[in-house]
Design a protein around this ligand. Structure first.
Ligand code: PLP
Ligand code: LYS
Length: 416
C-alpha cells in the first residue's frame, strides 16, 4: 500500500493534498508519511516474530526528530554514528539502552557521552578503538558493552561508494583477525563482549550476500564459543535496498525471514537489524516548483527551485529518483527535460532525460526522498535548507522549519 497516491489527479500524502502543503509551506519541501514509516518498521519487526530481536533504525538515513519520535514510540532501537545522532535520539524520546554505536572514528568525548547515557553496545571497528573505549570506560569506572564489526569480505554488488563489506573498505575488522581481536578485547578489563556485527553495504537488492555474511559470522561465533567467548547478539547491519526505478529488492519480511531461518536452533542469539533506507526512503518525497523552461538546441531544461544542496543523491551517485507531477492535468506538451536546480554547477541536476509535460509554476514531486535526502542537504550557494513536514492522516506537522537567511550565517562574525 502506498500512502503517496493520486486522488482525482492530485497527488496526496496520506489524506492531505501535496499541493496544499506546498501552497502553505512553499517549496522546496520534504514531506514524510507517518503511516509509511510505521508500516516499514513493523514489516521488519513482525517478520522476526518470536525470535529475540531488535530493529535499530539507522539514524543517518533520516535523523529528523519528528521521524525519530515516530519510531521511538514503536519501541525502536537506533543505530548511531555520532554523539549528535545520540543526542537526537534522546531528544526524540528514544531509549539509549536500545542504541548501538557504529562508525570508524569515535572520539573520546563521544565514547564518554555514550557510556554516560548507557547505550546498549559499541560496534567497534578497529583494535585502536578497542583500547580507546577501554580507557574511557576505566576513567568512568564502568564496563563498556562491545561488539566487533567483522568484515565478512562478501561482495554486496552495489554502487562502489556504498559497498562496505569488502577487504578494500575502511570498515570493520578482517575476518582473519577476528578471533585474535576478540581475545584482545577479552583481556581488556573495562570491556564486556556482548555481540558481533557487520554491515556489508547499502541499497542491496539481493538476499544472498546478507545470508552469506550471516553464515560467515555464525562460523566465527562458534569458534569463539569454543574459546569461552560467548556472543549474545548478532547484528547484521542495514543495507536492504528499495525500489527507486525498476529494482526489485526482497520485501523486508522475506529478508528478515531468511535471516531468522539461519538462526534456527540458536534461540538465545538475539538478532539486531539496522535498516535505514528501507524504512525511510519511500516514506518521503521532495516537492519542488518549476521556475523556468529553457529550450536548448540539444537539450531542454526544466529549471526548478530545488537543487543539489537540497537533494544530492543524483549529483553524487548519479542516483535515479522518480520525478512526477503533483497535479496530473496540464496543457503542456510532453518533452524530454533535464530537471536542474539553480546552483552554479553542471552536476546540479535532480533528474536527466525525463519525459514530462511541464510549465513554469508546476509542482513536481521527487519520490523515494525520505532517506539520505534532507540529512545530506547543505547550504551551498547560501541556499536556506528546506522545511520538513510530517503528514499523519489529515494532519500536517512542521517537523523542521525552513531555514531563514539569518540561519545562514549563524556563528559567523564580521571583522570590526
Ligand atoms: C553501520 C551501518 N548500519 C546501517 C546503515 C544503514 O544502511 P541502509 O540505509 O542501507 O539500510 C549504514 C549505512 O549504510 C551503516 O553504515
Ligand atoms: N548516502 C547514501 C548511502 C550511504 C549509506 C551510509 N552508510 C545514499 O544516498 O545512497
Amino acid at each position: 500500500m502506498d500512502y503517496f497516491v493520486y486522488r482525482d489527479n492530485h497527488l496526496f500524502a496520506e489524506d492531505v493534498a501535496v499541493a496544499e502543503i506546498a501552497a502553505q509551506h512553499h517549496t522546496p519541501v520534504y514531506i514524510y508519511s507517518r503511516a509509511t514509516l510505521e508500516r516499514h518498521w513493523r514489516a521488519f519487526d513482525d517478520a522476526l516474530g518470536s525470535h529475540p530481536h531488535l530493529i535499530c533504525y539507522a539514524v543517518k538515513a533520516n535523523s529528523n526528530i519528528g521521524v525519530l519520535s515516530v519510531l521511538a514510540k514503536l519501541g525502536s532501537g537506533f543505530d548511531i554514528v555520532s554523539a549528535g545522532e545520540l543526542a537526537r535520539v534522546i531528544e526524540a524520546g528514544g531509549d539509549p539502552a536500545k542504541v548501538v554505536f557504529s562508525g570508524v572514528g569515535k572520539k573520546h568525548a563521544e565514547i564518554r557521552y555514550a557510556l554516560e547515557q548507557g547505550i546498549m553496545c559499541f560496534n567497534v571497528e578497529s583494535e585502536p578503538e578497542l583500547h580507546r573505549i577501554n580507557e574511557v570506560a576505566a576513567t568512568l569506572g564502568v564496563q563498556a558493552p562491545i561488539s566487533l564489526r567483522i568484515n565478512p569480505d562478501v561482495d554486496a554488488k552495489t554502487h562502489p561508494y556504498i559497498s562496505t563489506g569488502l577487504k578494500a573498505n575502511k570498515f570493520g575488522i578482517a575476518r582473519e583477525r577476528a578471533l585474535a581481536t576478540y581475545e584482545l578485547a577479552a583481556g581488556l578489563s573495562n570491556l564486556n563482549i556482548i555481540g558481533m556485527d557487520c554491515h556489508i553495504g547499502s541499497q542491496l537488492t539481493d538476499i544472498d550476500p546478507f545470508v552469506d555474511a550471516l553464515d560467515r559470522l555464525l562460523v566465527l561465533i562458534d569458534e569463539l564459543a569454543a574459546k569461552g567467548i560467548h556472543i549474545h547478539h548478532l547484528d547484521v547491519g542495514g543495507g536492504l535496498g528499495v525500489t527507486y526505478d525498476k529494482e526489485s529488492p526482497p520485501h523486508p519480511k522475506e529478508y528478515a525471514a531468511a535471516l531468522a531461518q539461519r538462526l534456527t536452533g540458536r534461540d538465545a542469539l538475539k538478532l539486531i537489524l539496522e535498516p535505514g533506507r528501507a524504512i525511510a526512503a519511500n516514506a518521503g518525497i521532495m516537492v519542488t516548483q518549476v521556475e523556468f523552461i529553457k529550450e536548448g538546441e540539444e537539450k531542454h531544461f526544466a529549471i526548478v527551485d530545488a537543487a543539489m544542496n537540497d537533494l544530492i543523491r543524483p549529483a553524487l551517485y548519479s542516483a535515479w529518483q522518480n520525478i512526477i507531477r503533483v497535479d496530473t492535468q496540464t496543457q503542456a506538451t510532453p518533452r524530454v527535460y533535464d530537471i536542474v536546480g539553480p546552483i552554479c554547477e553542471t552536476g546540479d541536476f535532480i533528474g536527466r532525460d525525463r519525459e514530462l509535460a511541464v510549465a513554469p509554476g508546476d509542482l513536481l514531486a521527487v519520490r523515494s526522498a525520505g532517506a539520505y535526502g534532507f540529512v545530506m542537504a547543505s547550504n551551498y550557494n547560501s541556499r536556506c535548507r528546506p522545511a520538513e513536514i510530517m503528514v499523519d492522516k489529515n494532519q500536517v506537522i512542521v517537523v523542521r522549519e525552513r531555514e531563514n537567511q539569518k540561519d545562514l550565517w549563524k556563528g559567523e562574525y564580521k571583522l570590526p
